[in-house]
Ligand binder design. Structure first.
Ligand SMILES: N[C@@H](CSCCS(N)(=O)=O)C(=O)O
Ligand SMILES: [Mn+2]
Ligand SMILES: [Mn+2]
Length: 307
């Protein structure tokens, strides 16, 4: 099985230019300092921790907005570097675990996965769809746009992002946990017939059925590699409060873990992202709780079982 490889590669990507709130770049160090590397070793992984990625700064003066896009050159440069790093690790038969940092990183991580597994499917667990285009975005924050770039939607063919090969197709993408979608995004989801299980469906069917339906949609024969991109704000804010765009009515602790456990059980997981932990937005206890949930979700995705 794909996941049988013993190596997990932890890519600490302290990056925050895809949004405006300081602190999300400190997410990775908090997860590592909470002992995540040892925790993964204890469940049988050989972890190659290659340290915290450092990126060449691009000064604000050298990175003027492109239309509404904020920090476009910095985001492009960082995500291209992440794509290369993740791509190398999947080529080596390792399972990249990318700790963010904001969700714009997924332009890099998923590009990296697709470089080896062009038929991979993406399960996007999030309160948000992150599928705004440069035209539909109101905020200009690129962490709200990675999926549109990965799909190569209209308006995303910008020279600064020409490195992105839009290899992802709408039929291989599915969302779980949505509850805060912009009007422009709703239109895109409908136009492209993208499958999305919002919190309404989670309530209606239960998480077990939702994950089964999601896998049936993007991986009917259970033969496609899976890239699981998990935004911690998919969790209810009472469970993971320290994140930049919290939205009430999210996943319970168990629902979030069930998704990771069920994907792990397929034996098809080839890459995992845990993003948007921002340790500067809450009191110490809330930060600690968010970091602990983040570590626990990673462990669940990499095979920690309850029995
Ligand atoms: N849709 C909003 C919010 S996007 C939230 C991004 S994330 N990565 O889910 O926190 C926007 O485009 O700014
Ligand atoms: Mn997100
Ligand atoms: Mn989100």
């Amino acid at each position: 099985s794909i996941v049988g490889c013993p190596f997990s590669f932890s890519c600490k990507t302290p990056f925050s230019a895809g949004q405006r709130k300081a602190g999300v770049d400190k997410g990775p160090i908090h997860l590592v300092e909470a002992g995540l590397v040892d925790q993964l070793t204890e469940i049988g992984w050989k972890v190659k921790f290659d340290g915290h990625h450092q990126f060449e700064e691009v000064s604000a003066a050298d990175d003027p907005q492109i239309g509404k896009l904020r920090n476009p050159r910095l985001v492009s440069r960082v995500t291209e570097a992440v794509a290369k790093a993740v791509g190398e690790h999947v080529q080596n038969g390792e399972l990249p675990v990318t700790l963010g940092g904001d969700h714009s990183l997924a332009m890099g991580t998923i590009s990296g996965t697709l470089s080896k597994y062009p038929d991979a499917c993406v399960i996007w667990v999030d309160a948000h769809a992150d599928i705004n285009t440069p035209e539909t975005t109101d905020s200009g924050n690129i962490h709200g746009m990675p999926v549109s770039f990965l799909l190569g939607l209209e308006g995303t063919k910008i020279p600064e992002f020409s490195w992105i090969k839009p290899l992802l197709t709408p039929d291989r993408l599915v969302y779980i946990g949505l509850r805060d979608i912009d009007d422009g995004e709703k239109k895109i989801l409908k136009e492209h017939n993208i499958k999305a299980f919002s919190m309404h469906e989670v309530d209606k069917y239960g998480i077990g059925k939702v994950v089964e339906l999601a896998l049936d949609h993007v991986n009917a024969k259970r033969d496609r590699p899976i890239h699981l991109s998990f935004d911690v704000d998919a969790m209810d804010p009472t469970v993971a409060p320290s994140t930049g765009t919290p939205v009430r009515g999210g996943l319970t602790f168990r629902e979030g873990h069930y998704i990771c456990e069920a994907v792990q059980e397929t034996g098809l997981l080839v890459a995992f992202d845990l993003v948007e932990v921002n340790p500067s937005l809450a009191d110490a206890a809330s930060v600690q709780a968010t970091v602990a949930v983040g570590c626990s979700l990673v462990r669940a995705a990499l095979g920690e079982t309850l029995l």
